[in-house]
Design a protein around this ligand. Structure first.
Ligand SMILES: Nc1ncnc2c1ncn2[C@@H]1O[C@H](COP(=O)(O)OP(=O)(O)OP(=O)(O)O)[C@@H](O)[C@H]1O
Length: 338
């Protein structure tokens, strides 16, 4: 079942089309990341889902309710971790987490939550004395304490030191294991890669791609086979390959959509000649490579039609309105992540 269903969502600020016909679904128990450059419309989308911002068009269902009219019954079922929450600075950490716990019918134990976010030694400190990263951890505690079915995390680890960040990832993973649905925004591709079951890329208020982090952009992006030319060999000696061959001195890179076939041809060739293919590696484009491609290529945000990619999980101009579901084979199954 879907925890979130967004169809044809629109929000305009004067001439700025902040969200321009966005459709997607988030399954129950899924960790879903919204990616996109500054101003892409992520926060606006999330704020509409939280019930904090009105929409100009489209339909939104979150936990079966419309956030615009869900009221208190809706707010009790969600948790929100904002980019910049304004706290009551004179409260202590424990006082504030307890205060928030009191807003919810079935809260978590405040002390446990404070421990989980790594603020145990600051439990009696006043909020104004916390460092930036510690305040962000307090944000996380306040988002968790109500035992939400759906947690919104807006750039949850911005300003965290590396170990706090890994701790937050573990915490988010733990929430996933408890079945909490999580919708997060982030600028960190490693965070999306580590945490998200699926990611959606927004650009200029439109959805340009959606899929699992490992397959975003589709299989059409292929793999890269790299190796060093054996001594005495020249590129013309190489066997016929399906991929495009690039040679930089001794180094060869084969960009291929048929990695097994090309690998077989190359290793067979090397064995026949009795030579080694040193530094032979097969690699995939990283999520960051794919993301940069997606947001840099000309596309609907620039007003010039198709984004120029043909893969199943890349969405053409306007298509996001009519096809809210991910491409076939990308349905979410809890626990599917490796
Ligand atoms: N209250 C507002 N009034 C006018 N324009 C707004 C308002 N809020 C957002 N915008 C504009 O809407 C667009 C989308 O902004 P939004 O904050 O949703 O982007 P974002 O993807 O979250 O960006 P970031 O990564 O910088 O947080 C931007 O062009 C922004 O300037």
């Amino acid at each position: 079942m879907s925890a979130v269903i967004v169809e044809g969502l629109r929000k305009h600020y004067g001439d700025v089309r902040a969200v321009d016909g966005v459709s997607f679904t988030v399954a129950e128990g899924e960790v879903f990341a919204l990616l996109g450059p500054n101003g892409a419309g992520k926060t606006t989308t999330v704020e509409i889902l939280e019930g904090h911002r009105d929409r100009d068009g489209g339909t939104v269902s979150v936990l079966g309710l419309d956030p615009a009219t869900g009221g208190r019954a809706y707010r009790e079922r969600i948790g929100i971790v904002l980019q910049e929450a304004g706290f009551e600075e004179e409260f202590t950490v424990t006082e504030l987490v307890r205060l928030y716990a009191g807003f919810y019918p079935h809260p978590r134990d405040p002390g446990e939550v404070i421990d989980q976010v790594g603020l145990a030694d600051k439990r009696n400190a006043r909020v104004r004395t916390l460092s930036g990263g510690q305040k962000r951890r307090l944000d996380l505690a306040l988002g968790l304490v109500g035992r939400p079915e759906l947690l919104f995390l807006d750039e949850p680890t911005t300003g965290f030191d590396p170990s706090a960040r890994h701790r937050a990832w573990e915490l988010i993973d733990g929430l996933r294991a408890l079945g909490t649905t999580i919708l997060l925004t982030t600028h960190y591709m490693d965070e999306a890669q580590n945490l998200a079951d699926r990611v959606a890329v927004l650009r200029g208020g439109r959805l340009v791609a959606i899929g699992a982090p490992d397959t975003l952009g589709g299989a059409g992006r292929g793999s890269v086979l790299s190796f060093r030319l054996p001594e005495g060999a020249v590129p013309a000696d190489l066997p016929p390959l399906t991929g495009e061959v690039e040679v930089y001195g001794e180094a060869v890179a084969v960009h291929t959509g048929q990695a097994a076939r090309d690998m077989h041809a190359l290793t067979g060739w090397a064995l026949e000649r009795g030579v080694e293919l040193t530094s032979l590696t097969l690699s995939q484009p990283s999520l960051e490579d794919v993301y940069l491609d997606l947001i840099e290529q000309p596309g609907p945000a620039a007003g010039d039609g198709e984004p120029g990619a043909s893969s199943g999980s890349v969405i053409g101009d306007g298509e996001s309105e009519s096809s809210p579901e991910p491409a076939a084979g990308e349905e979410f199954a809890p626990g599917r992540r490796s």
